[in-house]
Design a protein around this ligand. Structure first.
Ligand code: FAD
Ligand code: DHB
Length: 391
């Protein structure tokens, strides 16, 4: 088969790019390794920045988000048994975020592509990208037990951290910058009303905890655990006891417990591959960069990348002008590095590391108190959380 833009991966990046290109009349095909149900159920992000919400709305993909998403105007920081609220609108000129799960964004985008007769090939594994230095790149893939070739004008790798896209760039072109962390997150979904109206980011000497939500009936919570820990070590009672200990405050707040319906452990890393383009192959989303989840930036970066790419490919398609394609890598990386710094800062601020000494612990507490008590420090956190880019 042949198409204008070959897209590898049907995560949020690949699906949104496909949708945005289709709206500009640009033909595209999405190849996805997994089946549709798997892609629609994979539990991940939950927070959409204002810019992400705007892109979904303006492209006609925001109807259900506007009905079911929960607009949040702040977060709570908890440490030393006390709560401190950070108010977004007053600190950011009226901006806020939306709680709307990645699973729902993905379902909405797949439904829209389906209605428009778009092509998403599920259970199609991309094997290699060839000819990226020519103007006829191609993706070799396996589908229904046979190998095929998708001939394209451009290929965009939206195939996540473990995909093949990034590895298709010549080794001497690609630079990788990376950091790992000595902890992971145990995440749960529970059928219980959230015990809070806004997200709680808690620092405790036992470790970090996060109270998030999916709806007025479903809570999403995370606990810092050891990197080599297993969910087998975490029966439901132990999870609730540990969450309760880390969220404890003076006063009459209570953590509501309920049946846990999902449990998984995610490692944490910071990772940036540069550049995001070589010849006619582009990288977007987790294929190019990873942030630790504290700060909720990953999905939002994926959306920002493909929004730029859709504009750049449209400009090329309608006017034969390549300037935005040429600028893509540099433009996208400015936002990526801002998010890398913010996510790293939030992660080191809120987690307890086994390597910490007394000096590290004292600095962390001082930083937390500064964020809680200084309008300037809170404004900086708020500005980054709702989404900041100096492009
Ligand atoms: P992915 O969603 O990883 O999609 C890549 C797709 O490519 C997958 O469907 C995969 O199956 C497919 N693929 C891989 N290899 C191939 C191949 N060879 N051929 C064909 N297809 C292939 N981000 C936020 O913004 N806010 C949050 O609150 C947040 N919380 C998170 C919590 C957790 C526990 C985790 C794990 C992540 C969180 N993130 C968050 C990060 C966010 O989920 C990711 O950044 C986001 O999924 C990136 O989207 P993507 O489309 O780039 O990649
Ligand atoms: C969620 C995940 C995050 O990483 C975060 O910072 C906030 C919320 C979530 O899954 O709801």
């Amino acid at each position: 088969p042949r198409t204008t833009v070959g897209i590898i991966g049907a995560g949020p990046a690949g699906l949104l790019l496909s949708h945005l290109l289709h709206r500009q009349g640009i033909d595209n095909v999405v190849l996805e390794l997994r089946d549709r149900t798997y892609v629609e159920r994979r539990q991940r992000a939950g927070i959409l920045e204002q810019d992400t919400v705007d892109v979904l709305r303006l492209s006609g993909a925001g109807a259900r988000m506007d009905r079911q998403g929960l607009e949040h105007h702040g977060i709570e920081l908890r440490f030393d048994r006390r709560s401190h609220r950070i108010d977004f609108p007053s600190l950011t000129g009226g901006r806020s975020v939306m709680v709307y799960a990645q699973t729902e964004v993905v379902k909405d985008l797949i439904a829209l592509r389906e209605e428009a007769d778009g092509t998403i090939l599920f259970e199609a594994e991309a094997l290699s990208v060839d000819g990226i230095e020519t103007d006829r790149p191609a993706v070799r893939y396996r589908h229904d037990g046979a190998e095929h070739t998708l001939d394209c004008d451009f290929v965009v790798a939206c195939d996540g951290f473990h995909g093949i896209g990034r590895r298709s760039l010549p080794e001497d072109v690609l630079t990788v910058t990376e950091r790992t962390y000595p902890f992971s997150w145990l995440g749960i979904l529970a059928d219980v009303a959230p015990s809070c109206d806004e997200l709680i980011y808690a620092h405790h000497e036992r470790g970090f905890a996060l109270h998030s939500m999916r709806s007025p009936e479903v809570s999403r919570l995370y606990l810092q655990v050891d990197p080599d820990d297993s969910t087998d070590n975490w029966p439901d009672e132990r999870i609730w006891d540990e969450l309760e200990a880390r969220f404890a405050v003076d006063g009459d707040w209570e953590l509501k417990r309920g049946p846990i319906t999902e449990k998984s452990i995610t490692p944490m890393r910071s990772f940036v591959a540069e550049p995001l383009r070589h010849g006619r192959l582009f990288l977007a989303g987790d294929a190019a960069h990873i942030v630790p989840p504290t700060g909720a930036k990953g999905l939002n970066l994926a959306v920002a990348d493909v929004t730029l790419l859709a504009q750049a490919l449209t400009r090329h398609h309608t006017r034969g002008d390549e300037s935005l394609l040429d600028a893509y890598s540099e433009t996208a990386l400015r936002r990526v590095w801002r998010a890398e710094h913010f996510s790293y800062t939030m992660t080191t601020l809120l987690h307890s590391s086994p390597d910490d000494n007394d000096f590290d612990r004292a600095l962390r507490l001082s930083h937390l108190r500064y964020l809680a008590n200084s309008a300037a420090a809170s404004a900086s956190l708020a500005e980054n959380y709702v989404g900041f880019s100096d492009n």
